[in-house]
Write a protein that binds this ligand. Structure first.
Ligand code: ZN
Length: 307
């Protein structure tokens, strides 16, 4: 007899155990699905809630679903200004955009002044009736000399307040802090807001390697044009004499149409002052005219190095 036999009860136990396993498996699956759908619903309703919160109050419930869809499609970018973009609110200039393109022009530029040499340089420029550009250091600057530069009709551009490379190139913020101090000094002393500048060490140097792209981007965003140079007196080298400066400059001009000439205005550079008249006469004879820089002159800037 199968019914009531040991085999019968064995099979009965198998059937009951198998059913229990199936019931447990189904239960676990259902619970999982329930939890997943609840979480998904909550996330969805939060997203819809956030989007709905951005809509104007008068938008009706009917319109909301359409707006939610269109907002999702548009993928509206969110704007997060950087800290330094929110600071220095006065520090804006405007770039004209239409650059003048004069023929055969030399732009004499003097960095690091004012100094005890500035008045000598101004005398020479006045003698030859030439306008030039002074990128000045404002910390400890003699206001009377800054005024004399401006009164002579020359351009005053910002070089720096402190000229301490390690500090100003520590970050974009540090550069802007220094720049604003120089900007304020020049504006208050001369009554003219500077519009152009020259980076200490040039726009790309050993001190700003990690930040120069961001820094240049920020300065241009603020409307300040910067000018590097394409010809130099090499007068930061104390072994270069006045005679050698003339030779270096005249030998490297190479008939180029537009020259932005780097020289320095500092007490120790007497040779620069001595070389100046001959440099001026050389370019005059070669058919060049002399102009001061302004933001209507297209800058000459260093190329970014290849990585
Ligand atoms: Zn300098």
């Amino acid at each position: 007899m199968y019914l009531g036999s040991v085999r019968f009860f064995k099979h009965l136990i198998y059937i009951i155990l198998s059913s229990l396993v199936l019931v447990l498996a189904w239960g676990t699956y259902s619970l999982g699905m329930f939890v997943a759908s609840t979480v998904a619903n909550r996330v969805q309703s939060e997203v819809v809630g956030v989007r709905a919160a951005q809509l104007p109050m008068e938008v009706t419930n009917n319109a909301i679903s359409q707006r939610v869809e269109s907002l999702a499609d548009a993928a509206v970018p969110r704007i997060f200004p950087l800290d330094y973009q929110l600071k220095h609110k006065e520090l804006y200039s405007s770039i004209l955009g239409d650059f003048v393109a004069p023929e055969r022009t030399v732009y004499l530029t003097f960095d690091d002044g004012p100094s005890q040499r500035t008045l000598e340089i101004l005398d020479i420029l006045s003698e030859y009736q030439i306008k030039a550009t002074f990128f000045v250091i404002t910390e400890n600057a003699d206001p009377r000399i800054l005024q004399a530069i401006a009164a002579g009709g020359h351009t005053i551009g910002i070089h720096t307040h402190s000229h301490r490379y390690r500090e100003i190139y520590r970050s974009v913020e540090d550069f802007l802090d220094d720049f604003e101090q120089a900007y304020r000094v020049i504006r208050s002393v001369t009554g003219v807001a500077p519009q152009i500048f020259r980076f200490p060490g040039g726009s790309i140097n050993a001190y700003n390697r990690g930040i120069y792209q961001e820094l240049i981007g920020e300065m241009l965003r603020r409307g300040f044009l910067y000018y590097d140079w394409n010809i130099s007196t090499m007068d930061t080298d104390p072994t270069v004499s006045a005679r050698q400066m003339v030779e270096i400059v005249t030998g490297s001009a190479q008939g180029r149409n537009k020259l932005i000439l780097l020289a320095h205005d500092s007490q120790t550079r007497r040779d620069t002052v001595q070389a100046l008249p001959e440099i001026i006469r050389y370019f005059r004879a070669a058919g060049y005219k002399f102009e001061r820089l302004s933001n209507s002159v297209e800058p000459i800037v260093f190329a970014y190095p290849l990585m």
